[in-house]
Design a protein around this ligand. Structure first.
Ligand code: URA
Length: 277
């Protein structure tokens, strides 16, 4: 039985963690919207229609059912519009307008990258979690706190880095993003990399590794090995992958390996400059 405010807050937190986004009443399925909302500017295949008692219709793009052709068109559209952004602010505005990924419908926020636009070091994670979705910023929850501690120990300031994710929208219940979802979000990430043009990229976890480096290799085999990423015709970034902080929270024994990776990164950054930052 729910006795106290803390019980109720606990239950609500549990629902939020589980990805519950809406409440409904005892009578069946009505989604009310004053205006018809056509959420996709591009053709993404099947749309699920909800008819309300007020005769309004809400079109819900169903990311999981997007046809291959629909997703190819969505990816092409994303590449085209991202290529037009000449600054991070423009790219953010394009992302806020973008309706080609169904995850946007269940997320509370669009979580764009955060930090120094001239950063030498760019960190790339997977997707916002519940805290990031609520606050609209990457890595502000438990994983972010661990990341902050790791960086403080390395004497690298978070505000000197740029932090972003492969996906700007939280997958419901933190499920693994689908290939279609990753593919349609990737142009936004690639454009962020181009606009920041970092010297170093740290990939946090397998999804960031597989998406940015376009490799099926596992994080456990690839972590700690230097790779390069062509940021532009003139410049390549040095890339290192390491375990995602959420994995380290679950498997603390791996922290030693991650620490070794971060020391490698710090040493290489120092080789390329005098202050290591
Ligand atoms: N995990 C991620 O990959 N990114 C975040 O922003 C938070 C948690």
């Amino acid at each position: 039985m729910m006795e106290t405010m803390a019980d109720i807050e606990g239950l609500l937190d549990w629902y939020i963690m589980a990805g519950v986004q809406e409440t409904c009443g005892d009578t069946p399925g009505i989604s009310v919207s004053a205006e018809p909302i056509i959420t996709n500017s591009i053709q993404t295949g099947p749309q699920k229609l909800f008819q309300s008692s007020a005769n309004t219709v809400k079109a819900m793009p169903m990311a999981a059912n997007i046809s291959a052709a629909g997703n190819t068109a969505a990816v092409k559209n994303a590449k085209d519009i991202c290529g037009k952004a000449t600054s991070l602010q423009e790219l953010k505005e394009i992302m806020l307008q973008f309706e080609g990924c169904g995850l946007k419908n269940t997320a509370a926020s669009t979580v764009f990258g955060d930090g120094n636009p001239h950063a030498r070091l760019m960190l790339i994670g997977e997707a916002p979690g519940a805290d990031e979705d609520r606050q609209g910023k990457p890595f502000v929850g438990r994983c972010g706190k661990l990341l902050d501690k790791m960086f403080a120990a390395m004497q690298i300031k978070r505000e000197d880095c740029y932090i972003t994710n492969v996906l700007p929208w939280r997958p419901p219940g933190n499920r693994t993003p689908t290939d279609d979802e990753k593919a349609v979000c990737l142009p936004f990430l690639i454009r962020q990399i181009e606009l920041i043009a970092p010297d170093f990229i740290l990939l946090l976890g397998g999804i960031a590794l597989n998406s940015v480096m376009n490799t099926p290799d596992s994080i456990s085999r690839t972590r700690g090995k230097w790779m390069t990423y062509p940021v532009s015709a003139e410049k390549s970034a040095q890339v290192l992958a390491t375990y995602h902080p959420s994995y380290l929270l679950r498997s603390p024994a791996q922290k030693a390996n991650s620490w070794a990776d971060l020391l490698r990164l710090k040493a290489k950054m120092r080789e390329n400059t005098n202050d290591g930052n």
